[in-house]
Each structure stands twice: as structure tokens, then as C-alpha cells.
Design a protein around this ligand. Structure first.
Ligand SMILES: [Zn+2]
Length: 483
């Protein structure tokens, strides 16, 4: 056979293999639009979930059981440890610096000040699902997710379930969820249900510790009174931690351990409530055929890097669980080790329901549905993930391969960690590995500049700006970090 004939046959063979792969993927995809339940467990850090960690035993058995029916992403990140910023990125598929819900201008309560609102040109997941015929309902706990920011778009009902006097609050969300599911169970239309649980988050009650939880859910049997978490200025609970962040006053390790245990108590309580919800979904015949996504908007830090609560770009606050249960539990037990940012949730959901053509053009998240169907590998190459500090907006991190590079555009301070060897990010190797730092800085700067351009283009402006100034570049060149 002539060479050209051989190569034609090879091309035909390759095309057939690709086509067969695509057909396998297609046949796995649901024909009818599946129901979707999207669960966000506010403030749940990745290592507090047993399926991700060996250090916490038997604290999240219901999430772990759910994970057994699901596909688990091992390296998922929230792009900013701030409730509205992170959730809006999940809903829109773009970074916070692009959708614009970030920083001091945001107010959870309406006031006379001009508020940031998501531009109409950026579409949200419920808006798109609504157009596809979904009945969209959302129950949220924190006013940071109020409809006015743009979260309410596309929902038929979007309701805040107010926090009551005690912390047994997830039960209220469950009640509302079950009531609405009973209503839509036999409906012709598919439903999308968004559930936001807030029990793990720290509390602002002055008569309780920062993480209120019942004794039943405390990991150790602590009996300390809540006034342990008040200082001389009567700053209590979360305000006590906020003040400690400002002053940096020493707080003993025993007290920090107590805080962490109370936090884990909130995780355990929420897990138990999720177990009740999942059981109910199973009894109602909804669980198996639904697409169910479970994640978090950020974690929580306990002075591992100097601060409490959640604001920095370290793993304690940005590494989150991300679990997708596909309809019919397809590929249950699969684990995906690729880096993923929660901006990819929206395009992945649209991909999973077979509607990838409705993924808005120009968004930054990636459709990871091919990876979840596990048949083709071409779409799952490692992508870099960008993180941004909630308070110091000039401070970013870039996760790429095994590294995390942190850079503050104001102070020009840089950190580099090898997360494979140093998951606690305690050994800064920025100067030990100058070539890696240099490469990461270049990638980071390109990514931050791309966000600036996208921010402008999504608002009809084209005044794209470079991020590092000429002066910055000179300085970094002199230090050997740039050519
Ligand atoms: Zn949050």
C-alpha cells in the first residue's frame, strides 16, 4: 500500500476511535434534563471532610457516604475566601475580579450607599437553567447572598431562611427543601434547587463562643464558658476573633484547639443534617437520578498563618471539598486529581446535563464533564488556578502543578510552596527556587491582567491595563525574577 493510503487509513482509524469515545460519553449523558441539587456548606475547609483527610476520623460520615456515590475532586479551590465573591464565581464561571463582587464596597444590608450589582451582561447559572426550562428555587442563610447583588436572577423563589436564636438551623433549610421537593417531585419540568447552609460559619452572638454548637456535636468534652471568648472591651464571639486579627494578641494553643474543636462540632452537626436530607431524598425517589453537587465557598483558619476566620489565600481558607454525584451514580467512587477552581462548577453542570452549547462565551471556568465521564482525557489538562485575598485585594496566589505562588502587588512580597511536600505551606521556597518563582510570577501577572481585560470587556470597555508597572518590572528584574 502507498504511503498516502496508509496515512489515510491511520487518520480514519484515529477518527473512528475519537468518534467511538464521543459516543460512549454521549451514551452516558442523560437524555432527559435531570434534576439538580446544588449544596453549599459555607466555611467548610477541605481537610475537615474525612474523605479528604486522615487526620479527622468519623466526623463527616454522611458526606463520606455521599462521596462514595459520587466523583470527588481532590484539588478544588475557592477563588476568594469571601461568601458573596466565591458564590458569585460558582454561579457565573468567572473570577471575583471579573464579576466585581468583592472588597469594601459590598454591603450585606441595603443602605444609601451605592452597591455593587452583578452586570446584566454576566449570566448566572440559574438564569441559564431557567431558560432551559428548569424550575429554580434557592434557600440561603446569609444576607451576603441576597438577591440584590444579582444572586436572585433566574430563581422562581429565592428565599432567605433567617438565622434563629440557636444554631440548629440546617434543619430549617432541610424542611424548606423537602417541602419544595414534594411540590416539584412529579412535575413535568426539571428542578434546580440551591441550598446554602451556614451552621459551620462562626457566630456573632455575644453570649456564645465564636462557633456555637451543642455538646452533642463537640469533638472533645470542653466545658469552657462563652466568656472565654470575650475580651476586656466586651468584644465577644466572632468580634473577639476579628479584634485578635487586628491586634495580633497572643492566644494560647489550648484555646485555639478549643476553637477548632467547636468548629468541627459545627461540621459534624451539618453533616448529620445532610444525612437526614439525603435519606429523605432517597425515600422520595429523587436521590439516585439527580445531579447533586456539594462544595463550599471557603474554609476557616485558626492562626496557622497568623489570622483567624477567613481572608487569606492559604489552603486552610481556599482549599474546599468539591463532589459531583451524577444521575444514576455514574462513575461513583472516581477521584479526579486535576486542579480545579469553583469557577468551573457552572460550565461543568451545563456540560453534565448535555447543554454545553449554553455555556456563556468568554467565561473562565472550564467544562470538566468529560473528565467526570472518564472516557476521554483531552479536556482535563492541568489548568492554573487564581486565588485572591479577601482583604488585601492586591494579594494573589497562583496554583499550578505542585506549586502555589503568592504575590502581593503592593508590598511585592512573594511566597512559593511545594504543596506536594508541604501541604501546610510552612516552608517558603521563593528564593530557593528562583526559576520557578520567575515562571509563576509571569503566569500570575498574565492571569491577573487577563482578568482586568475581561472585567472591562464584560462592561463594554476596552481600556485593558498591564498589572505590573514599568517600575515594578525594573525592581523585579534587578532581583532576577524577570527578564
Ligand atoms: Zn462564606
Amino acid at each position: 500500500m502507498k504511503k498516502s493510503g496508509q496515512s489515510k487509513l491511520i487518520i480514519l482509524g484515529v477518527a473512528l476511535i475519537i468518534l467511538a469515545g464521543l459516543l460512549v460519553v454521549r451514551s452516558n449523558r442523560p437524555k432527559k434534563l435531570p434534576n439538580i441539587i446544588f449544596i453549599s456548606l459555607d466555611t467548610l475547609r477541605r481537610d475537615a471532610v474525612d474523605v479528604y483527610s486522615t487526620s479527622v476520623a468519623n466526623n463527616t460520615k454522611n458526606i463520606d457516604n455521599f462521596a462514595k456515590d459520587s466523583i470527588v475532586f481532590d484539588r478544588a479551590y475557592a477563588p476568594m475566601p469571601f461568601t458573596p465573591s466565591s458564590h458569585m464565581s460558582m454561579f457565573t464561571g468567572v473570577y471575583p475580579s471579573v464579576h466585581g463582587l468583592l472588597g469594601k464596597g459590598l454591603k450585606s444590608r441595603s443602605g444609601s450607599q451605592k452597591e455593587t450589582i452583578l452586570p446584566a451582561s454576566i449570566k448566572t447559572l440559574p438564569e441559564i437553567l431557567n431558560k432551559l426550562g428548569y424550575e429554580c428555587t434557592g434557600f440561603f442563610s446569609s444576607n451576603w447572598l441576597k438577591a440584590g447583588f444579582g444572586f436572585g436572577r433566574g430563581f422562581r423563589e429565592y428565599i432567605r431562611v433567617h438565622r434563629g436564636a440557636d444554631h440548629f438551623f440546617a434543619g430549617e433549610i432541610n424542611k424548606k427543601a423537602i417541602a419544595i421537593l414534594t411540590k416539584y417531585k412529579n412535575s413535568e419540568k426539571p428542578f434546580f434547587l440551591f441550598l446554602h447552609y451556614y451552621d459551620i460559619h462562626s457566630d456573632f452572638n455575644s453570649d456564645a463562643p465564636p462557633y456555637t454548637t451543642s455538646k452533642d456535636f463537640q469533638i472533645n468534652n470542653y466545658t469552657q464558658a462563652s466568656k472565654e471568648f470575650c475580651d476586656n472591651d466586651k468584644k465577644c464571639a466572632t468580634y473577639f476573633l476579628l479584634k485578635a486579627n487586628k491586634t495580633g494578641e497572643p492566644i494560647g494553643s489550648q484555646k485555639i484547639n478549643l476553637l477548632h474543636d467547636l468548629y468541627l462540632g459545627g461540621v459534624k452537626y451539618t453533616d448529620q443534617q445532610l444525612g437526614l436530607l439525603f435519606n429523605k431524598l432517597k425515600k422520595m425517589g429523587i436521590y439516585r437520578n439527580s445531579l447533586i453537587i456539594l462544595t463550599s465557598d471557603h474554609g476557616e483558619e485558626f492562626r496557622e498563618h497568623g489570622l483567624f476566620l477567613h481572608s487569606q489565600v492559604y489552603n486552610q481558607t481556599c482549599a474546599v471539598p468539591l463532589i459531583f454525584k451524577l444521575p444514576k451514580n455514574v462513575n461513583a467512587g472516581m477521584r479526579i486529581d486535576n486542579l480545579i477552581c469553583n469557577i468551573s462548577i457552572m460550565p461543568s453542570i451545563l456540560g453534565l446535563i448535555g447543554r454545553s452549547q449554553f455555556i456563556p462565551r468568554g467565561i473562565q471556568g472550564r467544562d470538566m464533564s468529560y473528565a467526570m465521564y472518564g472516557k476521554l482525557n483531552h479536556d482535563v489538562k492541568e489548568g492554573a488556578v487564581l486565588l485572591q485575598d479577601k482583604i488585601k485585594l492586591s494579594k494573589y496566589a497562583l496554583c499550578y502543578e505542585q506549586y502555589k505562588f503568592i504575590f502581593d502587588y503592593k508590598s511585592k512580597q512573594m511566597e512559593l510552596y511545594n504543596l506536594q511536600k508541604d501541604s501546610k505551606e510552612s516552608n517558603n521556597i521563593a528564593t530557593v527556587k528562583p526559576m520557578v518563582s520567575k515562571r509563576m510570577l509571569k503566569m500570575l501577572d498574565e492571569k491577573v491582567a487577563a482578568c482586568r481585560r475581561k472585567y472591562n470587556s464584560m462592561r463594554g470597555r476596552d481600556d485593558a491595563a498591564n498589572v505590573l508597572t514599568a517600575k515594578d518590572k525594573m525592581r523585579l528584574k534587578s532581583l532576577g525574577y524577570m527578564h
